[in-house]
Design a binder for this molecule. Sequence first.
Ligand code: NIG
Ligand code: FE
Length: 436
Amino acid sequence: MPGKAQPRGVLLTWFGMPGLYAGAAYNRRMGTQSRWDGLILGPTLATLDADAGYGLVEDGAMGWKDGVLAYVGSRDDLPGDVDGLADEIIETDALATPGLVDCHTHVVFAGDRAAEFELRLQGASYEQIARAGGGILSTVRAVREAGEDELLRQSEPRVAALLRDGVTTLEIKSGYGLDFDGERKMLRVARALGERFGIEVRATYLAAHALPPEFANDADGYIDAAIGWLPRLHAEGLVDAVDAFCEGIGFSPAQTRRMFEAARALGLPVKLHADQLSDLGGAALAAGFDGLSADHIEYTSEDGVRAMAAHGTVAVLLPGAFHVLRETRLPPLDLLREHHVPMAVATDCNPGTSPLLSLRQAMQLACTHFRLTPEEALRGATVNAAKALGLHDRGVLRAGMRADFVLWNAVRPAELCYWLGGGLAQGVFAGGRRIA
Ligand code: NIG
Ligand code: FE
C-alpha cells in the first residue's frame, strides 16, 4: 500500500465537534428516515472483507445507521451529495479497521501477582508455584474476599485500557471464584462491564480452572459441583459459553468431557484451554464437541489440528502467556496454515501468565514470537476472533455488519503490529457510538 502524502494527526480536532451538520433542507430532501447517523470521509479502509488481503480502500467512506454499517466503500461512490447523507460527518485521513475482538480474557480479577512474577524471574516455574498453592489459587483468595462492587472497581481500568487500544467486543471468563457465589459474582461483573462501557461482553463459565482447597484430592467431586452450578447461572443469563483448563495442573480430559457434556445439554458452546503445557489431546477433545475454539495449543499434535479443521474450531493464539512464561514451544503454526484452521489472537489478560492490557500488543507479540504476518495478526484480532466467539455480525467492514470500527493514527495496517506501546487508536466506535 503506498503511503499517503497528507499529514497525520488531524483527526482529534474533529471529535467532540458536531461535524459538518447538514440542515433542515437536506432533511427534507433525503427524508429523515434515510439519513445515516454518521459518516466518515477520507480514511484508508482495511475492510478485511475478502478471504485474503487487507481489503484496502483508499479515500474511503463509511456510513452507519442504528448501529449498523450502511455504506462501506470509496468516497467517490457515495450515493448522493455528502452534506445530506448523515447527521454527523467526520473527515479524517486515519486508517480504519474493524473493531478489535478480544476473544480470550480473564480480565475480571482482584489483586495482582507481581510477587509471583519476581519468583519466576528467580527460577520458579508456573507449575511449581501453582502446585505450592500460589498461582490461580492466590487470585481465587483475592476474588473471594472482594465484594462485587470492589471486583468491578478493580476490573474497570483494565477494560478501559483494552478499549483505548481498539477493542470493541470482549470475552471474559470466570474461574477465580471456584464456588457458586464466586463464579456468579465474576459473571455478574463481566455483564456489568459490558453495560458500563457500552460494548458486548461474552461471558464464559470457567469453573473448571483450578481445584479449590475445599475439594482437595477430589477433582471429580468438584467437577460434579461445578456442573451443578451451571444451569442456575445459565438461567440467570450469565453464561454464553463454557471453558475448562485441561492440563496436568488443571483437569483431565475425562473431567473436561463431563463439563462439556453439561454445556451441550444446555445448548451452550464450548472452548478449551488446550495443550498449553503438555499434549493431553485437548484440541481434538474441544473439536469433538464442535468447540468454538481451542486456545494456547502449543503442544497440539497434527491429529489435533486435523480435528480442528474438520469441526471449524478456531485456533486462539495467546502470545502474551507464551512471552511472560518465556515458553519456547511454538504452536503448530505451519500445520494450522496447511489445514486452513482460522487463527485468532487474544490477550489472555490475566494476573498470572499474561498481564497484557492491549490486544494490539498481543498482535505485535504474535508477529515477533509466532511469525504471524501482520495481516494474519489483524485477521486474528478481528474476523477470526469474532468466529471464535460464534459472532457473525462483526469483524469485517461491510454494509450490514455492526458499526464497530477503529480509526488509527497509522498509514498502513502493518503499523498496528509494528509499534510497541503508545496509543495509536484515535477513535473507537462500537455500534456507531464512540466508546474511546
Ligand atoms: O490462560 N492457563 C490457565 N489459565 C490462564 C492463567 C490464569 C492465571 O494464572 O491466573 C491462562 O494462561
Ligand atoms: Fe486463559
